[in-house]
Design a protein around this ligand. Structure first.
Ligand code: ADP
Ligand code: F6P
Length: 320
């Protein structure tokens, strides 16, 4: 039986990370374990920025965006020396297991630490939903709702000026936020890395739609494409429709988590502490067909996540 665990958040923050931290702490305490908060991800683990948490340490955070444990990127943790320091710190404090809330990079670190005998369980936390072993990641729903609300606002001004709005949403290497935002906001086009795009064809489609009475346009671009300003310029040149580009940026990472994020974060966290309690580490928790499941970290990292081509096709088919 594992009696003493830590919890950290690592990589980009995501709404719902606080909810997950709360659930880790409360689950651990309810199982009679001691639980420690590690600040700023692997940086705090190496430097010993670690404190014991009780039930009240996580009061009033369930609804807050960001992460009360702070987060960071830690190049040192990728080195043997950094990993050895982290392991020594765990041994010094008697930490036998750690819940790591983050993305693929954080899970790579968790696998390395697990290989050194510290049991780590990863929870998928990223707005991008780009973790292959799980259909859902903490923060995704909130980010999409934020993007949708903001694009709705852009629609108002786009409508008033008979303009085209090119809006870039987050997703470093993934078009999941883009395609869902496009569907939810009635875009004429969604541009993601996963599907080839053709700006000549888009211009033609816009001009035909204009002939048919359409007065304003929304084009959603995934961050991974990387040149929304240029795309806006090309659209304007080809269509002579006044076009503006807006990059939504980090505002999508903030805000109070939605029900979906709070419930998923709580389920993942509860399950993760259950694994550690049984002495099981080197796992990533995920969701498959709505069920909470777990995978070996290396296996999880080797998986590929399919892009929802059907959803993309629907967006194309009805955007005119
Ligand atoms: P995310 O977890 O969101 O994918 P990053 O890729 O920035 O975010 O990774 C977060 C942290 O995880 C890194 O700063 C580093 O400390 C650790 N990490 C990332 N990749 C590795 C790796 N290959 N080996 C060990 N640790 C890693
Ligand atoms: O992974 C989440 C994410 O917000 C991506 O969508 C984006 O590309 C990246 O993080 C931005 O990272 P940073 O916090 O370093 O600007």
């Amino acid at each position: 039986m594992i009696k003493k665990i830590g919890v950290l958040t690592s990589g980009g923050d995501a709404p719902g990370m606080n909810t997950a931290v709360r659930a880790v702490v409360r689950t651990a305490i309810s199982k009679g374990m001691e639980v420690y908060g590690i600040r700023r991800g692997y940086v705090g683990l190496i430097n010993g920025d670690i404190f014991q948490m009780d039930a009240r340490s996580v009061s009033d955070i369930i609804h807050r965006g960001g992460t009360m444990l702070y987060t960071a990127r830690c190049p040192e943790f990728r080195t043997e020396e950094g990993l050895d320091k982290a392991k020594a710190k765990c041994e010094e404090l008697g930490l036998e297991g750690i819940v790591v809330i983050g993305g693929d990079g954080s899970f790579r670190g968790a696998a390395d630490l697990s290989a050194r005998g510290i049991l780590c369980v990863g929870l998928p936390g990223t707005i991008d939903n780009d973790i292959a072993c799980t259909e859902y990641t903490i923060g995704y729903d909130t980010a999409m709702n934020t993007a949708m609300e903001l694009v709705d606002k852009l629609r108002d001004t786009s409508q008033s000026h008979d303009r085209c709005t090119v809006v870039e949403v987050m997703g470093r290497n993934a078009g999941y936020i883009a395609v869902n935002t496009g569907i939810a906001c009635g875009s004429i086009e969604v541009i993601t890395k996963e599907v080839p795009y053709d700006l000549d064809a888009l211009a033609k489609k816009m001009l035909e739609a204009k002939k048919n009475g359409k007065q304003n346009f929304i084009v959603v671009v995934a961050e991974g494409i990387g040149n929304s300003n240029e795309i806006a310029k090309i659209i304007e040149e080809k269509t002579h429709i006044e076009t503006r580009a807006t990059i939504l940026g980090h505002v999508q990472r903030g805000g109070s988590p939605t029900v979906r994020d709070r419930v998923a974060a709580t389920q993942f966290a509860h399950y993760a502490v259950g694994l550690l309690e049984q002495g099981i580490g080197n796992r990533v928790v995920g969701m498959q067909k709505g069920e909470i499941v777990d995978f070996d970290i290396q296996e999880a990292l080797a998986m590929k996540k399919p892009y929802d081509i059907e959803l993309h096709k629907i967006a194309e088919e009805i955007g005119f």
